[in-house]
Design a protein around this ligand. Structure first.
Ligand code: FAD
Ligand code: FES
Length: 257
């Protein structure tokens, strides 16, 4: 059940080029939130501006706090980056379904690309056993040190080779050949598509968190539809990322259009 809350900004600082970490005090939403869910943030730029979906990166339900990591790409995110500590933001959440975590699984692989990395941090905290984390970015991935501090083994791929392996994360996984019983991922659609193919070839189930463009954010339009296979047949249906996702099984998604 979603709540609408006015959240106080406790922190809002630039952690990388045009990338900000924001801490919000929102006890109602924090106590219900799960790893992989997102919130909708209203911009205060006028009634006609739609709220912006941003993933929950860390949850501190005891102290009523959520941390988000966002990149400035347009009007809404630019507005957030200029909000000072102490300002109030209207938010709605938690939205979506989040990752499916099984405590029977003790060997996990996390794969994040670009601004898809943040929601995987809370997930990493909640997994039992061994966790191998693969992070991909143009030049330097965000939050790599935070994953390391959780005890995960972290492998990095960058497009320009400035940090770690030169290439993409799936090519790096092909080199390392990590073992795992479940893959959890978030990042650009093209990465999720190739990762799903890699996972199928290696017989490992993969959960993919899709970041489609959204409009209403509450399942009332079809702005965020993705094609998902119906089980047991070759047919597919349009499901909504904001309501039915953002997390789907990789082998359910119809990738080619
Ligand atoms: C479920 C979900 C979770 C998300 N989590 C995060 C997050 O944790 N951190 C983060 O930085 N961003 C996240 N995003 C993307 C974020 O919602 C958009 O970047 C934001 O809404 C852009 O708003 P804007 O007003 O700044 O830009 P706009 O002016 O609306 O758009 C500026 C540019 O960004 C592009 N853009 C907008 N939305 C998306 C999108 N969803 N995917 C790709 N390109 C887009 C537009 O095509 C345009 O080129 C998430 C999106 C979804 C759907
Ligand atoms: S954004 Fe309207 S249905 Fe998802």
């Amino acid at each position: 059940m979603k709540s609408v809350e006015f959240a106080e900004i406790l922190k809002n600082e630039e952690i990388a080029d045009s990338t900000y970490s924001m801490e919000l005090f929102c006890p109602e939403i924090a106590k219900k939130a799960a790893a992989g869910q997102f919130i909708e943030i209203y911009t205060g730029l006028g009634e006609n501006i739609l709220p912006r979906p941003i993933s929950i990166s860390e949850i501190d339900s005891e102290n009523g706090k959520l941390t988000l990591v966002y990149q400035v790409v347009g009007r809404g995110t630019d507005y957030f980056s200029q909000c000072p500590v102490g300002d109030m933001l209207k938010i709605m959440g938690p939205c979506g379904n989040g990752f499916n975590i099984s405590h029977d699984i003790k060997q996990h692989i996390i794969v994040g690309g670009g601004i898809g990395i943040p929601p995987l941090l809370e997930l990493c905290k909640r997994l039992d056993g061994e966790v191998n984390v693969f992070l991909g970015a143009k030049s330097s991935p965000v939050l790599a040190d935070k994953f390391k501090s959780l005890g995960a083994e972290v492998f990095i791929a960058t497009d320009d080779g400035s940090v770690g392996f030169r290439g993409n994360v799936v090519e790096l996984m092909e080199e390392i050949k990590p073992q795992g019983k479940m893959i959890y991922s978030c990042g650009p659609k093209i990465m999720l598509k190739f990762l799903s193919a890699w996972a199928e070839k290696n017989n490992i189930p993969v959960q993919v968190s899709m970041e489609e463009r959204m409009a209403c954010g509450i399942g009332a339009c079809v702005g965020c539809a993705v094609k998902i296979r119906k089980s047991g047949c070759n047919d597919w249906q349009n499901l909504k990322v904001c309501k039915d996702g953002p997390v789907f099984m990789g082998d359910e998604v119809v990738w080619d259009e």
